[in-house]
Design a protein around this ligand. Sequence first.
Ligand SMILES: Nc1ncnc2c1ncn2[C@@H]1O[C@H](COP(=O)(O)OP(=O)(O)OP(=O)(O)O)[C@@H](O)[C@H]1O
Length: 246
Amino acid sequence: MSTLLEVSGVTVSFDGFRAINNLSFQIGPAEMRAVIGPNGAGKTTFMDIVTGKTRPDEGHVLWGEKSISLIGMSEAKIVRAGIGRKFQKPTVFEEQTVQENLLMALRKDRGPLAVLIYKPSKADLEHVVKLAEEIGLADALLRISGEMSHGQKQWLEIGMLLAQDPRLLLVDEPAAGMTPAEREKTTAILVEAAKTRAVVVVEHDMEFVRRLNCKVTVLHGGAVLAEGSLDHVTKNQDVIDVYLGR
Ligand SMILES: Nc1ncnc2c1ncn2[C@@H]1O[C@H](COP(=O)(O)OP(=O)(O)OP(=O)(O)O)[C@@H](O)[C@H]1O
């Protein structure tokens, strides 16, 4: 398997406490991966490292075919390199419609003047329709985003990230606060997205992880405790002891 992201021997300490401890793992170019683990396992810190928010003390974070180091790269440059991150709370422009939000996400030139004089091209409008179909909001293009449900806002934000066509999408607890029906639809959106890019989902909800039907990495104490299918890792006694059995 070729590698899109390689994290090797990464360590991060906060005031002497090792939040990430010699962490190593790899993600392939079009794969879905779930990352699970108890509170404080280092899941958020791992995403902070990959997106350039936190700089590791040791180790390598290599990206793409050319194995470019992401360490020391600015957060904006990492986004441009093709890494998108979805935080837990949706951050759509509430007063704008779904279409306007998606158009804004597509825009390459975001300078103030460019925004003022922007008229969407036919190609941009068609692209937005396609994105809206991918996130199940094709019938909601003209709806004001702030009036939609929590789940719909989350899908819109996923669509806004997909508009940037990232090669890796990091998604933090997408199922939180969703109804069972919304969770199911979220699974479908992410599974579809992972056909053409890597998608890494951090999630506590085991039913959600099961439906993603993918390789699972269990973090504990800032390192990989177990890795494999969900059935494989949930049978692991260490995983039961530190996470599932609690
Ligand atoms: N900026 C920081 N300063 C000090 N300690 C930190 C900082 N960021 C994270 N930590 C600590 O590092 C450890 C790992 O935290 P992290 O948030 O990555 O865990 P997590 O697996 O995402 O947990 P959760 O499931 O609760 O979100 C925790 O013990 C946390 O308190």
